[in-house]
Design a protein. Structure first.
Length: 441
C-alpha cells in the first residue's frame, strides 16, 4: 500500500546516530561493487538470438542474459560446435547485454552425458571463440568484451527434466572437464555448475553439489547458483531471513567446507504470484531482489556476481506464477516487472559502498552525484525495522530525497542544504529505497 504523502513525516536530526556508523559497527565494509542494475538481467535467450527480449533488457537498463545451449548446439557427435551460438552472442553485444552460457538447461540427455575429455573440449572451444578479445570477436570488430561466465547442467535433481538420474560422480567429472577446458584458454574465465534447486539445498540432500565440492575447494569452480522462488506458504518472508539467499549461501558453504573465495549468483529467482495479488508479489520481489544483490562472504564483502529474475519475458496471462510482462514486444511490465526496471534505473552509475544483510538490512550505494539507502524493513530482516529510518551523510550537493517502495516514488522531501533527517510513518513489512540527488538541470 502506498504511503500517503501527508503522512510520510520527516524531522531534522543533526546529531542522530548515522546509519553508516550502525552498519560499520556490525562488520559491513566498503565493497566497490559497481552498477547493480547492470548485474541484473534475464533469460532465456535462444542461440539464434531474440530481438524482442534483448530490446526489453536494454530498455530497462539491465546488463546480463542467460543463453542456454543444448546438445544439438554444443556437440556434433565428434567435436564441439561453438559457432552455433554465434547469433546470440553477436546480438547480445549489439544491444549492450553480456551473456553467460549455460550448457544443458533441461538436462534431457541425447545419449550419454560424456566424460571429462568431451567436456574439456566443449569448454576450450567455446572459451576460445567467445572470451573477451578472442580472435573471432576481433574479426567481428568487437574488442574489450566477451563471455566470461560458463555453466552446465541446470537443476540436475529436477526429475521432470531428467527422469533418469545422472550419476553424481559422472556429473562431477563433466564439470571438471568443462572447467579445465575453459581455464586452458583463460585463468580468469569463470565456470560454475548450473543452478541448484532451493529445497534439496535446504534439506542438505543434494548429492550433486556434494560431488563437486572438491572442485570448489581447489578453485576450479567459481560460484554457487541457487534458484530461489519465494512463496507465501512454502518459502515465506515473514519468518525472517531463514530462507534468504544470504542464509542459504552461508549454510551451503559451512555444510561443504567451501572457501570464502567462492562467489554467488542466481540465474532464477522470483516472488511467486501464488495465493497473493500481483501487487503483493511485487512488494516481496523488491525485498528478494536486494537479498540476491547483496549476498556477502565471511568478510562482509559482496560476493554476488549477477541476478537473473525468472521470467521477465513470460506473459502473465500464460504464466501466472512467474510471468512479469503483459506484452513482450514492446515489453510491457506487470507490477513485478516494474520493480525490476525501477531498480535497474535507480542504481545506474552507482556502486555498493556498504551493506549489512545479516543484521541491519541496510545497503548504501553512491555514484554519479547521488546516494541511495536501501532498507529491508521487515521483522527478522533488519534490527532497525519499524516506522522510522534515520539518515545521515546526505551529500552536500543533494537538494532532494526521493522515497521509493515497490510501487515507485512515494514522495519527495526537499533538503535545503540539510544532511541529516528522520523519515517517519513508514510501513514495516517491506523494502524502502531513499535516493538523495541534486536537482535536475
Amino acid at each position: 500500500m502506498p504511503i500517503p504523502p501527508s503522512s510520510c513525516g520527516y524531522l531534522l536530526r543533526p546529531t542522530c546516530l548515522a546509519i553508516a556508523l550502525a552498519v560499520a559497527a556490525t562488520g559491513a565494509a566498503r565493497h566497490g561493487e559497481a552498477d547493480p542494475g547492470r548485474r541484473i538481467g534475464g533469460g532465456n535467450i535462444p542461440v539464434r538470438g531474440d530481438k524482442a527480449k534483448l530490446e526489453a533488457l536494454k530498455a530497462i537498463e539491465a546488463g546480463m542474459c542467460r543463453v542456454p545451449v543444448d546438445a544439438r548446439a554444443y556437440w556434433d557427435g565428434r567435436a564441439a560446435t561453438p559457432e552455433k551460438a554465434d547469433a546470440a552472442v553477436l546480438m547480445a553485444h549489439r544491444y549492450g547485454i553480456t551473456p553467460m552460457l549455460l550448457f544443458e538447461y533441461y538436462t534431457r540427455w541425447h545419449g550419454e552425458l560424456g566424460g571429462y575429455d568431451k567436456w574439456r573440449a566443449i569448454g576450450r572451444a567455446f572459451a576460445e571463440r567467445f572470451r573477451p578479445d578472442s580472435g573471432w570477436l576481433k574479426s567481428k570488430g568487437i574488442r574489450g568484451w566477451g563471455v566470461t561466465f560458463y555453466s552446465a547442467i541446470n537443476e540436475p535433481m529436477w526429475k521432470s527434466n531428467n527422469p533418469t538420474p545422472i550419476p553424481p560422480a559422472q556429473y562431477a567429472r563433466a564439470m571438471e572437464g568443462l572447467a579445465d577446458g575453459v581455464h586452458s584458454v583463460g585463468a580468469k574465465l569463470r565456470v560454475s555448475p548450473g543452478g541448484y534447486q532451493e529445497v534439496p539445498l535446504f534439506q542438505r540432500r543434494n548429492p550433486y553439489i556434494q560431488a563437486v565440492a572438491p572442485l570448489y575447494r581447489n578453485g576450479k569452480l567459481h560460484a554457487v547458483d541457487i534458484h530461489r522462488y519465494w512463496d507465501v506458504k512454502y518459502v515465506p518472508m515473514q519468518k525472517g531471513r531463514a530462507h534468504s539467499l544470504q542464509s542459504q549461501f552461508d549454510m551451503v558453504k559451512k555444510w561443504l567446507g567451501l572457501p570464502d573465495s567462492v562467489r554467488f549468483y542466481t540465474t532464477e529467482m522470483n516472488f511467486k504470484k501464488r495465493l497473493v495479488t500481483e501487487e503483493q508479489a511485487a512488494e516481496g520481489l523488491l525485498t528478494a531482489l536486494w537479498d540476491a544483490l547483496t549476498v556477502v562472504g565471511d568478510d562482509g564483502k559482496v560476493v554476488t556476481e549477477f541476478v537473473l529474475p525468472w521470467n521477465l519475458f513470460n506473459l502473465a496471462a500464460k504464466d501466472t506464477h512467474y510471468g512479469m510482462c503483459t506484452k513482450l514486444d514492446p515489453w510491457t511490465p506487470t507490477a513485478r516487472g516494474k520493480v525490476i526496471r525501477m531498480v535497474c534505473r535507480l542504481t545506474g552509475g552507482m556502486e555498493i559502498v556498504s551493506t549489512d544483510p545479516r543484521k541491519t538490512g541496510v545497503t548504501v550505494l553512491a555514484g554519479a552525484g547521488r546516494k541511495l539507502w536501501v532498507w529491508q524493513n521487515r521483522k527478522g530482516w533488519s534490527s532497525l525495522h519499524g516506522k522510522a529510518f534515520h539518515i545521515d551523510g546526505v551529500p552536500d550537493t543533494a537538494t532532494q530525497l526521493h522515497v521509493y517502495a515497490w510501487n515507485g516514488l512515494l514522495r519527495t522531501v526537499p533538503l535545503n542544504g540539510r544532511t541529516s533527517l528522520i523519515l517517519r510513518d513508514l510501513l514495516p513489512g517491506q523494502t524502502y529505497m531513499f535516493l538523495a540527488k541534486p536537482a535536475a538541470p
